[in-house]
Design a binder for this molecule. Structure first.
Ligand code: PMT
Length: 395
């Protein structure tokens, strides 16, 4: 992978933050080629970017080429990645419609490199259905998005629409750039975290899952070029950038989303700790303390992964098994009963493994009979190892 980032600056007040993004990319060792739209030059002087990038700023589509190089073609081909930050509703809309009428939009059309948009605009514009639909369309076509932050906006409004922090944008970009993209074109659905099964308006039955394992898998798949849908129970973690995120609370809610997304998925990894039972009755009022013990009647939850095993066509199904005893036998039973291609068996009694911690130690059992034992490592590293094993099943 080369080391040139083409940085597109469009016309919004956040254009000034583009300068910091440019500086951070140069500091990380990237050659930065800056393209500014006409509107962007009303906010920041191109000289700022010329100075920071150490090269000319592209602005004019029909400037006479230097030598025989046509700028929008040569920069499009040189790019390892094209980042538009800030990205206005206008450039997102133009790209979604295939319009190429200036240097930036033409370069976007002409580049084979990944294109990342970091939108920034007024909250009402950001929530506008047309803008949202344009973003959904572009995501489906393989464009990446770095979601804007929420907060106080330059126009005086409050809400989502503020450009993500320059350092967060650059971190995301570097991850995308420095990973192999061996899952490009594949759609992953990954589940993470716990479920909460309500008892009354203030209590629930839950478990210790932090979501770390599932989120690590989602980020690893994203970084290797996949389109990722992450369905997660309540966790402390921030939804990862560049991923379609579905927050759920109960196992029934998870089931609904998972079944809906399943036909569009190529590979499913179920790392979530789903409750096997839920209270048969959910009290509308707070359950009051009485003299004696309280007996709860629990109802069996549907086995979501088991259902997917019955429905699966071309999809690859990977389950997890959290066990405290007889790891091998229990994992193999789940592999067979749920019709899985692979199961990641987690002996949660091992130090540093399982729930809440940043590390994990697992054994992987494949339908082919192959068994791989991984030593203790971070959940991020393990996520990559699991993806490597998936790649061996479906090269
Ligand atoms: O989130 P962390 O704190 O990082 O912890 C990670 C983890 C320990 C939760 C994770 O590594 C793990 O082991 N996840 C699976 C936990 C679990 O519920 O295992 P299980 O053996 O009960 O379920 C087997 C499989 O069936 C799992 O893929 C589960 O998602 C799925 N299942 C279970 C019950 C159910 N009703 N529906 C399901 O789909």
């Amino acid at each position: 992978m080369g080391r040139t980032v083409v940085l597109g600056i469009t016309g919004g007040i956040a254009a000034y933050k583009g300068a910091e993004i440019c500086r951070l990319l140069v500091k990380s060792g990237y050659k930065v080629r800056v393209i500014m739209t006409r509107a962007a030059t009303s906010f920041v002087n191109p000289l700022t970017f010329e100075t920071l990038s150490g090269g000319p700023v592209g602005m004019e589509m029909f400037k006479r080429p230097e030598g025989w190089e046509i700028q929008h073609i040569s920069w499009a081909q040189e790019a390892s990645c094209l980042l538009v930050a800030p990205a206005t509703a206008n450039i997102i809309g133009k790209t979604a419609c295939g319009i190429a009428d200036d240097l930036l939009s033409t370069t976007i059309m002409a580049t084979p490199a990944p294109v990342v948009f970091a939108p920034a605009m007024n909250v009402e514009m950001y929530n506008n259905k047309i803008v949202q639909e344009n973003m959904i369309r572009l995501k489906k076509l393989g464009f990446w998005f770095i979601e804007p932050d929420s907060g106080f906006l330059a126009c005086g409004d409050q809400g989502r629409g503020r450009l993500a922090e320059p350092q967060a944008i650059v971190d995301f970009l570097l991850q995308v750039l420095e990973k192999k993209r061996d899952f490009a074109g594949q759609v992953f659905m990954i589940t993470a975290g716990p479920t909460r099964e309500p008892l009354d308006p203030i209590r629930y039955i839950g478990n210790y899952s932090s979501g770390k394992m599932g989120f690590a898998l989602a980020e690893a798949a994203r970084d290797r070029g996949a389109e990722v849908v992450l369905v997660s129970g309540p966790t402390e973690l921030k939804p990862p950038q560049g991923i379609q995120f579905f927050p759920i609370r109960t196992s029934l809610e998870m089931r609904e989303v998972v079944l809906k997304q399943f036909p569009m998925s190529d590979i499913v990894i179920k790392a979530a700790a789903v409750a096997d039972y839920r209270p048969e009755e959910v009290s509308e009022q707070k359950i009051k303390k009485t003299q004696g013990n309280l007996v709860l009647k629990l109802k069996k939850n549907p086995d979501i992964l088991g259902e997917l095993g019955k429905l699966k066509k071309e999809q690859l199904l990977i389950g997890f098994a959290a066990e405290t005893e007889e790891l091998r036998d229990n994992a193999l039973k789940k592999l067979k009963n749920k019709n899985l291609d692979m199961i990641v068996a987690n002996d949660i009694t091992l130090p540093g493994a399982g729930f809440e911690v940043d590390t994990n130690q697992v054994k992987v059992f494949k339908r082919s009979g192959e068994v791989i034992e991984f030593p203790l490592m971070t959940k991020g590293d393990l996520a990559d190892k699991i993806l490597d094993e998936i790649k061996k099943i479906r090269p």
